[in-house]
Design a protein around this ligand. Structure first.
Ligand code: NAD
Length: 477
């Protein structure tokens, strides 16, 4: 049985209700979490506020940095344990879960070093004045986290918030929260004061909604779907609470005829099959220059046919999807493709060892997907790649920008001028040229435009969002 983690202690839900934890590899329950509600959020916010006022705000930036570094060390020491928790909870193949644990530690290392480098400025003003700006923490920050990368998203969001001098109340996904409860325990061992990191588990419409509405929360960082992002904004708007939104994507990989295919193809494949395609920045649309379209699809089709899908512990190319409803969602997209006569180029194989009760989906490559079809417009959030061809640079830009999203874009070309022209014209928060970093790059500011959200996490830039600027004008004559 798992508990909320509030004020450095395991806590049962006020309602005493629980939810089952399901293993996506076999669809079977193996543990229970607390089903929290507004009463538990209230307890966590009070613990956080107390910590902020009495302890956290009194620490120097250097002391905060040391605590974050101690937590990074703890995470590294327990990386295998955290990876195995995440593997079972999320259905992540072993190497992917291990990489997430390493990334989590790296976020705390990065933000440890950033704590004492965040500062304001002295501004020129009228004669006889000195004007200063201070970067002040919001206070209590709320973090609502999805199930696809719990450790990584906790690291980037909570790591940045703590570094900037905030304390946190975290609402992980009801589908994947076990690793974060363990990280909160490790933070206690690392010396974090009670209330700096609080975890409340349960459903979004109960716990997440209560967190977004709580008057004691000074900033909300939400990572999840555009639909829920709208609800969070509406709740936060009631009390003018600032929000950072990290939402979905339909990111294009744009391959020109001069691209180095030996380098591009493994990256293009990884960008859609990593985490079974359940990645906000998955490269889920493949735009290929006409003259390269057929040869590229030939090679890509062969590679897709060889991809193997199975239980997370087998550590194959692809693990299961998170839950049955996600599997059904992917099936619905694929049956819409059939109805629209969208040709399937190739599909990987689900291995015989995969239990029938697990949530498996073979990676699927589709071609000639019309730009207006939902497969080219909406997040499938599964290992489905939608390919289409383009005539020239203008056409590539038109297709790349033809969705409501704008999270990441990949551009593959050896022409230096085209690289820069394309990078300027594509509407997205990140552009990768001759590489693709779905989820990668602790140091690199990350976030979207359009329906992919606003605000930036990761990198030093995140610290500006986790602080508010105070201007102090002193008239001294
Ligand atoms: P989701 O929006 O369903 O849930 C995200 C979180 O919000 C969960 O913790 C959930 O419990 C909570 N929630 C649900 N309803 C809520 C409500 N009414 N009020 C408050 N909280 C609520 O998303 P998901 O299915 O967990 O994750 C997949 C989505 O997340 C995809 O759209 C994906 O692109 C996006 N995502 C974005 C990023 C990014 O950095 N941009 C990263 C990962 C995932």
């Amino acid at each position: 049985m798992q508990f909320h983690y509030i004020g450095n202690a395991p806590v049962r839900s006020a309602s005493e209700r629980t939810l089952p934890v399901i293993d996506p590899s076999d669809g079977q329950p193996y543990d229970e979490i607390q089903r929290g509600d507004a009463a538990d959020i209230d307890a966590a916010v009070r613990a956080a506020r107390h910590c902020h006022e009495k302890v956290w705000s009194k620490l120097s930036a250097a002391e905060r940095g040391r605590l974050l570094m101690r937590l990074a060390h703890k995470i590294n020491e327990h990386a295998d344990e955290l990876a195995s928790i995440e593997q079972r909870d999320c259905g992540k193949p072993t190497r992917q879960a291990r990489a997430d644990a390493t990334a989590l530690a790296r976020y705390f290392e990065f933000y440890s070093g950033a704590c004492d480098k965040l500062h304001g400025e002295t501004l020129p003003y009228q004669e006889g004045y000195t004007v200063l700006t201070w970067r002040e923490p919001h206070g209590v920050t709320g973090h609502i986290i999805p199930w696809n990368y719990p450790m990584q998203i906790f690291g980037r969001s909570v790591g940045g918030a703590l570094a900037a001098g905030n304390v946190s109340v975290v609402k992980p996904s009801e589908d994947a929260c076990l690793s974060l409860i363990r990280v909160a325990e490790l933070a206690t061992e690392a010396g974090f004061p009670a209330g700096a990191i609080n975890i409340v588990t349960g459903y979004g419409h109960e716990v997440g909604d209560a967190l977004a509405r709580h008057p004691g929360v000074d900033h909300i960082s939400f990572t999840g779907s555009p639909r829920v992002g709208t609800l969070i904004q509406q709740a936060a708007a009631e009390r003018h609470c600032p929000v950072t939104l990290e939402l979905g994507g339909k990111s294009p990989q744009i391959v020109f005829a001069d691209a180095n295919l030996d380098e591009a193809l493994p990256v293009v494949i990884n960008a859609i099959v990593q985490n079974a395609g359940q990645t906000c920045s998955a490269g889920s649309r493949l735009l290929v220059e006409q003259s390269l379209y057929e040869p590229l699809l030939d090679r890509l089709g062969n590679a897709f046919a060889n991809l193997r899908v199975g239980p997370a512990a087998m550590d194959l190319d692809v693990g299961p999807l998170i839950r049955a409803s996600q599997q059904q969602r992917v099936w619905d997209f694929l049956s819409d493709a059939q109805v629209a006569n969208i040709p399937m180029v190739a599909q990987g194989q689900v291995v015989d060892e995969a239990p029938e009760t697990g949530f498996y989906q073979a990676p699927t490559l589709l071609r000639d997907v019309p730009v207006t079809h939902r497969l080219a417009q909406e997040e499938v959030f599964g290992p489905v790649l939608a390919a289409m061809s383009f005539k020239d640079e203008d056409h590539a830009v038109e297709l790349a920008n033809a969705t409501h999203f704008g999270l990441v874009a990949g551009i593959w070309t050896l022409d230096g001028s085209r690289m820069l022209r394309m990078a300027r014209r594509v509407k997205s928060g990140q552009v990768f040229i001759n590489n693709y970093g779905a989820g990668g790059g602790v140091e690199l500011p990350f976030g979207g435009v359009k329906s992919s959200g606003y605000g930036r996490e990761k990198g030093f830039e995140a610290l500006y969002g986790f602080t508010t600027l105070k201007t102090v004008a002193i008239r001294h004559g």
